[in-house]
Design a binder for this molecule. Sequence first.
Ligand SMILES: [Zn+2]
Length: 150
Amino acid sequence: MRKIFHFDSADAPYIADAAVLCCFDYRISTAVRKFLKKQNIERSDMIVVAGGAKTLASPRNDFEQDFILEQVRMSIRLHQSKRVLVMSHSDCATYGGLAYFKGDRAAEAAHHRAELLRAAELVSANFAGVSVEPYFVKFDGVWEIKAEKG
Ligand SMILES: [Zn+2]
């Protein structure tokens, strides 16, 4: 092989601050990155797939859900992740976008809230001893989902 790019990466042993499941939609990537930093998550195992938390809450097939759970499992086992962030976002194409909710942002948020809680529950049921945190990313920022309300 032949080196075509030079860059020095940190090669110290790696312990992840969190495993982060989110959508690959580029529009939310900067918000997610800045939010993680604000959460003191400097180093994360990023599980970036179409739909993010949807792959756990409403998977297209069993393979998808198992594959993502396996990714989380490996982050916990190999990189000692103690936090698992599950995220979805507004106008996500895997849900048919905001158009699916006829432009009703409240209806969209309510739907995502239920999805995120289901995804978080699944992660909690599979992995004891990790903090599972569901978040909804909108175009104005990141919204925390609580099990009780909001
Ligand atoms: Zn998306």
